[in-house]
Design a binder for this molecule. Structure first.
Ligand code: FAD
Ligand code: DLZ
Ligand code: SF4
Length: 509
């Protein structure tokens, strides 16, 4: 006799999940389901689907070994319904119950589906985060600006991470200015820890290949961790071998090194295989033992207890319409080159190829290459959002949308970013080795072979002068533009328009 159903979603793979804590192994039935709605609400990268499904199957096994009864639906199960709610209803009918315990899903879409389900659903907070949603709202209440830095300091105080009493370790909260070193060929690193697929993963890979093999993205080689044990090994590998250089080279890009000193832990963290606090405590330990510099440890911890917590708070604080925002009125279609179409722009070509191969790109590739171009070119932020949600293994809406819609596309009007993250080709040239192998010249400011970022940067500033002209943080940019002689300004705008026309005509750019 089953009393209650306990929903565990694909990104809720934590044994300490609030829904599991509230349930009883003897009387309650865990429901996990691979369903068409979740595997296709955007054209997910096949590697992402395989990661989620394989991690789900491994987690179900772990729960069974811990004494739970688990009703697990496979995607190819002929009786499976399309949706999570459909599966809850089917299992409820099978076992004569309508009572469901769930942990709050990480997406408005699923929250609403659960609210509207003809079932009695108790939704518990997702407490796998450092800040509760109420805490975030209380922090945000009455503030004119919701800057991450102040929220981050509160999270440092709350966790005690890298604190000496009530003061930040080293007497500085933030070492970001030390973390902007450009790329150097001699900093080539080994890859993050890679795992050989086991039998369960091989079965999933065959299923994903058959169903989603035509989607954008290479399924193999598949090397992600799919269990907590493996994810812990990946964390250990990062802490021992890569963390020391994380700070210095955080913003650098190299075409022959896809991972640099980045951890590639976001997929495991977002699925629930690792928790934010345990990662940060491990990082702090490395610093306290004198094995990594303070700028690396602080920089890393800030990404997790600062940015990650802050964007989650914001996503839920702002409400379900967040992903529809478009304050700059951008409407251009996402260019084909984002799906692997031909382009002479070496930076985009590399970022997209690596995304296709790995379902991964690091932050500066996402923000200052693909994101920067989409913003400068005036691409519809809804389409940009769907692309990021689809192509990255770590992409779940609560974390992806604020980063894309807010930080990268400024479509929320500046809640996250006090100014748009735009740059000319100069920034990319300084931080990477992409420009040497490009069909365009980063040194040329006008003309057909001028770096498109150089043209579009001024076009963007000019067309959005009403919004940004008085932003004190952008004064220098506008003063430089205004100092150019009028003929030159007209030439830049004309060349940018010609470039955009080629984009609109679907010509390879
Ligand atoms: P590292 O560089 O090793 O950083 C450490 C950890 O910090 C990451 O694992 C991640 O958990 C956290 N982190 C770092 N930056 C952020 C951030 N801005 N927001 C939230 N967490 C952060 N991150 C996602 O987890 N999922 C997404 O869907 C996602 N979409 C993004 C879209 C855009 C347009 C941009 C600009 C950024 C996005 N990010 C996203 C943030 C960031 O790019 C990734 O977290 C990071 O690249 C993951 O790789 P990593 O684990 O090697 O990170
Ligand atoms: C991303 C994803 C995919 C691809 N497939 C499933 C699935 O079949 N079943 C499931 O429970 N969850 C899946 N997920 C994760 C969900 O989409 C995720 O829980 C929501 O987007 C909320 O963050
Ligand atoms: Fe990218 Fe411009 Fe450099 Fe080419 S020249 S790689 S388009 S920044």
């Amino acid at each position: 006799m089953v009393k209650r159903l306990v929903l565990v979603l694909g990104d809720q793979l934590s044994t300490g999940l609030s829904a599991l804590r509230a349930a009883e192994p003897d009387t309650d039935l865990v429901v996990m389901a691979e369903v068409a709605d979740e595997t296709s609400y955007v054209p997910h990268h096949p590697k992402k689907i395989a990661l989620v499904l394989s991690a789900m199957r491994h987690f179900a096994e772990e729960l069974r070994q811990d004494g739970w009864q688990v009703a697990y639906t496979r995607l190819d199960d002929p009786d499976a319904s399309k949706s999570i709610v459909g599966e809850l209803m089917r299992r409820g009918q099978e076992h004569g119950t309508t009572w469901v315990i769930a942990t709050r899903p990480g997406e408005w879409r699923l929250n609403e589906a659960l609210e509207n389900a003809p079932l009695t659903v108790t939704v518990l907070p997702d407490d796998r985060f450092i800040a509760t949603l109420n805490e975030f709202s209380a922090w945000a209440e009455g503030r004119k600006e919701l800057r991450m830095e102040y929220f981050y300091r509160d999270m440092r105080r709350k966790t005690g991470l890298m604190m000496e009493g009530d003061k930040p370790a080293g007497e500085k909260w933030n070492y970001d200015h030390e973390n902007r070193k450009p790329a150097k060929a001699d900093m080539l690193r080994s890859a993050p820890m890679q795992f050989t697929p086991d039998e369960i993963t091989e079965e999933v890979l065959a299923l994903v290949d058959a169903r989603f093999g035509e989607s954008f993205g290479a399924l193999r080689p598949f090397w992600f961790a799919v269990t907590r044990t493996q994810a812990l090994r990946a964390l250990d590998h990062f802490a021992k071998n890569l963390l020391d250089g994380f700070g210095d080279t955080q913003d650098a890009m190299l075409q022959d090194d896809r991972f640099l000193h980045h951890s590639v832990l976001s997929p495991y963290l977002n699925l629930g295989l690792l928790g934010p606090l345990e990662i940060c405590q491990r990082v702090e330990e490395e610093w306290r033992a004198g094995r990594v510099p303070i700028n690396a440890a602080e920089g890393y911890i800030r990404q997790i207890i600062g940015w990650r917590e802050y964007v989650r708070g914001l996503y839920f604080h702002e409400g379900p319409d967040y992903t529809d925002r478009n304050v700059l009125g951008h409407t251009r279609d996402l260019p084909w080159m984002y799906w692997g179409g031909e382009t002479g722009m070496n930076c985009i070509s590399h970022a997209v190829a690596q995304t296709r191969d790995e379902a991964y790109a690091h932050h500066i590739q996402r923000l200052m290459v693909t994101g920067n171009f989409a913003l400068l070119a005036g691409i519809d932020p809804g389409q940009v959002h769907e692309w990021y949600l689809a192509v990255y293994a770590d992409a779940f809406e609560w974390v992806e949308a604020p980063n894309t819609v807010g930080m990268s596309q400024f479509a929320d009007g500046g809640i996250i970013a006090s100014k748009p993250y735009v740059s000319s080709g100069n920034y990319i040239n300084k931080m990477s080795d992409y420009c040497g192998g490009c069909a365009y010249s980063v040194k040329e400011k006008t003309g057909k072979t001028a770096c498109p970022f150089n043209l579009l940067y001024w076009h963007f500033l000019d067309r959005h002068r009403d919004r940004f002209g008085k932003n004190p943080r952008m004064g220098n940019m506008y003063r430089t533009w205004d100092r150019m002689d009028e003929d030159r300004r007209n030439t830049v705008l004309k060349d940018a328009e010609a470039f955009l026309a080629r984009l609109d005509a679907d010509e390879p750019v």
